[in-house]
Design a protein. Structure first.
Length: 430
C-alpha cells in the first residue's frame, strides 16, 4: 500500500510539473486592426478554452506577451488549432446528468471569449467553447459567418408527478441543435434522407457535429500534406534492451534463515506495441500498450546454516511474458526531440525451467535427497506497477529506462521469493 501511495504522489507531482511547462509552437495572431504578427504560441492542449494565450515573437525572448480577446481577434497554432474572437450570448445552464437543474433554464451571459474553430468551409463553420460548466458548440453560415450557439438542454420537469410517487420527476432533453443543423443543410440543398437520419441521431459532441458540417461543406477526410490533416492517431514500435532483475528471499521465509541470498541477473528483453495519441498534431500525451518477453535467472550459492550443513545452491531460469498499458507524457516536446515520463501497470505470465535446490556437489547423497523433494511452489502470474522515462531522438529512436515494483515468484512458504526489475533499452518507432 505504501508503494501505491508513493507511486500516486509521484504521478501527481510529475503531472503538476508537466502542466507548468512551456510548449511554444509556431503560429500567428491577428490584431483587432487586422495586422498579422507571426511568432510562437504556448500551446497547452487545453481542457477548457483558453481565456488568454502567451505569445513570443522569437523563441529566444525571455518574456512572453499575454493576449486576450480584448487584444486580438484570432490566433492560429500552425497545423494544430485555431481560435477566433466571439462576442455574444453564452448559455450557462448545466447539462451534466449530475448537475442538471429543476425547470427549464434559458439563462446566458454576454461574453467576449475565444472559440475554437473545429471546421470552416465555404458554406458553414463549427466552433467550440468549453469552460467548467460544459462544452458548447456554435454554428455559422455564409455569407456573414456570425456564430450562433447550437442549443442543447437537459433539465428535470418540476410538474411531473404521479399519484404513486408525488416526488417523482422526469428528465427532459431538448435537441434543438438538430433542428438548427437541418435548417443549415436545407439552406444549401444538402438535406437528403441520409443526412436527415444522421442528424436525427447525432449526439451533442465534436465528432458527431463535425461529421454533419463536413457533409454540408462537401469535405472529405483530410489526407497527408492537405490542410486540416492532424497526423496519424497511432504508431507502432519494437524494442530491445537489458533486463536487470533482482530476486530476493522473503524476510520471514526459511530460505533466508538457511543463508539464501539475493541475486541480480542481466539478460535480454524484447518488446513491441502501439502508441495512441490524445492529440495526433502534438503527440504530447500518449497511451501505450506494450508486449514484452524477458529472460531471468536466479542463483544463490551459500553454506547452509541448517541440516545438512553443506554448500547449497538455489537456482532456476524464468521467462516473463507481459502486457502493459501505460500513459506517457512528453514534458519537453518538439518534433525531433522529446523528454518523457510514464507510468502503467504490468501483468506477467511466468514459466520456469532448470529449478534446483540442493547441494552444490550434486553427488552428495544428503543434498540430492533434499533436492528430490522439489520444494518450489512457483507463481504462474503476478502484476506490478511500472515507471519509465526516456528521451526520443529524431522521429524514430527512443532511449528508455524503466522500473517495475515487486512481483512474487513463489507462493510464500519456505521458498518465499520476489523480484523487482529495471530495464534499459532502445525503441524504434515506425
Amino acid at each position: 500500500m505504501k508503494k501505491f501511495y508513493s507511486l500516486f504522489f509521484l504521478m501527481l507531482s510529475v503531472s503538476i510539473f508537466a502542466s507548468a511547462q512551456s510548449n511554444f509552437k509556431p503560429g500567428y495572431v491577428l490584431t483587432l486592426k487586422g495586422d498579422t504578427i507571426r511568432g510562437f504560441i504556448d500551446y497547452q492542449e487545453w481542457d477548457v478554452t483558453p481565456l488568454t494565450i502567451n505569445f513570443k515573437k522569437a523563441l529566444a525572448d525571455k518574456s512572453s506577451i499575454v493576449y486576450g480577446p480584448a487584444d486580438i481577434s484570432y490566433f492560429n497554432i500552425n497545423g494544430i488549432e485555431e481560435y477566433q474572437k466571439y462576442v455574444g450570448p453564452v448559455s450557462t445552464d448545466p447539462t451534466s446528468t449530475y448537475k442538471i437543474a429543476t425547470g427549464r433554464d434559458t439563462t446566458f451571459k454576454v461574453e467576449s471569449v475565444f472559440i475554437k474553430v473545429l471546421q470552416k468551409g465555404d458554406r458553414v463553420a463549427l466552433y467550440e467553447f468549453k469552460d467548467d460548466i460544459k462544452a458548447r458548440y456554435f454554428l455559422s453560415d455564409s455569407p456573414g459567418f456570425e456564430p450562433k450557439e447550437l442549443v442543447f438542454r437537459v433539465y428535470q420537469d418540476p410538474n411531473w408527478a404521479t399519484n404513486i410517487n408525488p416526488n417523482a420527476s422526469k428528465t427532459i432533453t431538448e435537441f434543438t441543435y438538430r433542428k438548427q443543423l437541418s435548417a443549415a443543410a436545407l439552406k444549401f440543398n444538402e438535406l437528403n434522407d441520409k443526412l436527415i437520419s444522421f442528424i436525427g441521431t447525432a449526439e451533442y459532441s465534436a465528432d458527431n457535429l463535425i461529421g454533419i458540417v463536413a457533409r454540408i461543406n462537401h469535405f472529405k477526410k483530410a489526407q497527408p500534406n492537405e490542410p486540416g490533416y492532424k497526423g496519424a492517431i497511432f504508431n507502432l514500435f519494437v524494442g530491445a534492451g537489458a533486463f536487470f532483475n533482482t530476486t530476493n528471499p522473503g524476510q520471514s521465509g526459511g530460505l533466508i534463515a538457511a543463508g539464501g541470498t539475493s541475486n541480480t541477473s542481466a539478460l535480454p528483453v524484447i518488446s513491441a506495441g502501439i502508441n495512441l495519441f490524445a492529440n495526433p498534431a502534438t503527440r504530447q500525451l500518449q497511451f501505450r500498450l506494450e508486449l514484452g518477453d524477458a529472460s531471468i535467472k536466479y542463483q544463490s550459492l551459500f553454506n547452509s546454516k541448517v541440516s545438512p550443513y553443506v554448500p547449497f545452491e538455489v537456482s532456476y531460469n524464468e521467462s516473463a511474458i507481459s502486457i502493459s498499458p501505460q500513459v506517457i507524457y512528453n514534458f519537453y516536446n518538439t518534433d525531433n526531440f522529446k523528454v518523457f515520463f510514464g507510468f502503467g501497470f504490468v501483468y506477467s505470465h511466468f514459466s520456469y525451467s532448470n529449478a534446483y535446490y540442493g547441494g552444490q556437489d550434486r553427488s552428495n547423497a544428503a543434498a540430492a535427497a533434499v533436492a528430490a523433494n522439489s520444494p518450489f511452489i512457483f507463481e504462474s502470474t503476478d502484476n506490478a506497477f511500472i515507471l519509465r522515462a526516456g528521451v526520443q531522438f529524431s522521429k524514430h529512436f527512443i532511449v528508455i529506462g524503466s522500473y517495475q515494483t515487486t512481483s512474487n515468484n513463489t507462493n510464500g512458504g519456505y521458498f518465499s521469493l520476489s523480484s523487482t526489475a529495471t530495464a534499459l533499452g532502445i525503441n524504434y518507432l515506425f
